[in-house]
Design a protein around this ligand. Structure first.
Ligand code: DMJ
Length: 500
């Protein structure tokens, strides 16, 4: 055990450093915007109430069979929907419901569990959700649970390179790590080991313990924190400047050359630009890595379809796959957020690219019968922004498209983004709302879709939160104070110019 001086995070000082209040109504707004926001709040209450009634303590609600789902992603941890919903309930001022969720955390959230958990999923949903709720409310229980859970994840970093494996084996007394064999044949996934930085830096800041960010000072502890991941990535050669999706945690070299800004790659890029923003623009290494990666993506992956739609293709050993996943649609928002801070020529180019990608993602919704978008859409064999394979026609309540609408709205104030967001609200109500919650659908191209009987926890964490923020004033969870982790949990920017 390391012995360290007692440490106390000064929460009051942190709250004084914020430039804007975090929530609350504003006077003088137009009644239609308010009514739309209230409708989204009602959807959140409906999603939560049904989860509470039929599945409290399970990971997700099954809204057709009216029971709970546990799954195998969280290694014995329970209550994924509670933790993912906490900050959304708080922001929407659903006070009673927030207290219900908090009470579950205090009384029933058990961290002494057995099982194999995904490091990535536990980090973005549980650690991110707990940290955000602590920063918003100052309630110690959220901080202590986040820190306790963070420590349980550290064994995953115990590899020859310090690049964490995909999973952690929870057990009350020992920690081990493993890789999702079925997904990556023993290699680590870029979007998984590249999506830890924001949360782990906050774990170090809140605990006063550098182990999450940097190597432990006690040499008997083998863990190297998230800063080491960058070091490994900067050494390895990148084909055409691109980052492939699979890396060996043993040798530190790429395992195969598949590049994607959608699934397997996505949030790695997101965390680079957000690390820079969260550091109050001090982390220039992250900014440079982001700029270089985006330049390579622009050069090799950004394409225009015959019908004039801009999209980001996938790359397999030099050959392009003209496909965009729903997951890749977060990139409109990310590129807009990053564009804000560059020189004028680059800013304009990136804002245009962000708007074009977001518009393409909107087309993938507009061209379906339900007005919801498929899991993946293609630009080949005469198809434009539509799914061509039966297996890619489903919609599981994902947030990425409304996430981009929210950023583009905040950064441009063009009314179309609110219109498009409202179209999604109406489609969700029409096709996904069932008697006991919201459900994904199996085919967006039929107006009598079959439901998948699953209310994903990210629907409460992200989809409804981003929709709500789209109809809020800009100073509610202002982009000047907060960055959203990849599960839409807000983490504060470390304002370095603040004087108490
Ligand atoms: C969420 O858990 C996160 O947004 C993650 O980055 C990607 N997948 C889901 C939502 O689609």
């Amino acid at each position: 055990r390391e012995t360290r001086a007692p440490f106390r995070f000064d929460y009051e000082r942190f709250r004084r450093s914020l430039r804007h209040p975090v929530r609350g109504g504003r006077s003088g707004e137009d009644p239609e915007t308010r009514a739309r926001r209230m409708k989204i709040k009602e959807m959140m209450k409906f999603a939560w109430d049904n989860y509470k009634q039929y599945a409290l303590g399970k990971n997700e609600l099954r809204p057709l069979s009216k029971n709970g789902h546990i799954g195998n992603m969280f290694g014995g941890l329970r209550g994924a929907t509670v933790i993912d919903a906490l900050d959304t309930l708080y922001i929407m001022e659903l006070e009673e419901e927030f207290q219900e969720a908090k009470q579950w955390v205090e009384k029933s959230f058990d961290l002494n569990v057995n099982g194999e958990a995904s490091l990535f999923e536990v980090n973005i949903r549980y650690v991110g959700g707990l940290l955000a709720t602590y920063y918003l409310t100052g309630e110690e229980v959220f901080k202590s649970k986040a820190l306790e859970l963070g420590e349980k994840l550290l064994p995953a970093f115990n590899t020859p390179t310090g690049i964490p494996r995909g999973g952690s084996l929870f057990s009350p007394c020992s920690g081990m790590s493993w890789s999702w064999g079925w997904a990556s044949a023993g290699s680590s996934i870029l979007a998984e080991f590249g999506t830890l930085h924001l949360e782990f830096l906050h774990l170090s800041q809140l605990s006063g313990n550098p182990v999450f960010a940097e190597k432990a000072s006690n040499p008997s502890l083998a863990f190297r924190g998230v800063m080491n991941i960058r070091r490994v990535l900067s050494r390895v050669e990148k084909p055409q400047g691109l980052y492939p999706n699979f890396l060996s945690p043993v040798t530190g070299s790429w395992v195969q050359h598949h590049v994607s800004i959608g699934g397997l790659g996505d949030s790695f890029y997101e965390y680079l630009i957000k690390s820079w923003l969260m550091s109050d623009k001090k982390d220039s290494e992250a900014k440079k890595m982001y700029d270089d990666a985006l330049e390579a993506i622009e050069k090799h992956l950004v394409k225009k379809s015959a019908g004039g739609l801009t999209y980001i293709a996938e790359w397999r050993g030099g050959i392009l796959d003209h496909k965009m996943g729903h997951l890749a649609c977060f990139s409109g928002g990310m590129i807009a957020l990053g564009a804000e801070h560059g020189p004028e020529e680059r800013r304009q180019r990136h804002m245009e690219l962000a708007a074009e990608i977001t518009s393409t993602c909107h087309e993938s919704y507009a061209r379906s019968d339900t007005k919801l978008g498929p899991e993946a859409f293609r630009f080949d064999a005469g198809s434009e922004a539509t799914a061509t394979r039966l297996s890619e026609r489903y919609y599981i309540l994902r947030p990425e498209v409304v996430e981009s609408y929210m950023y583009l709205w905040r950064l441009t104030h063009q009314p179309k983004y609110r219109h498009w967001g409202w179209e999604v609200v109406q489609a969700l109500e029409k096709h996904c709302r069932v008697e006991a919650g919201f459900s994904g659908i199996r085919d967006v191209y039929t107006t009598t879709p079959t439901h998948d009987n699953m209310q994903q926890s990210f629907f409460l964490a992200e989809t409804l939160k981003y929709l709500y923020l789209l109809f809020c004033e800009d100073d509610v969870l202002s982009l000047e104070d907060w960055v959203f982790n990849t599960e839409a949990h807000p983490l504060p920017i470390n304002h370095t110019d603040f004087r108490a």
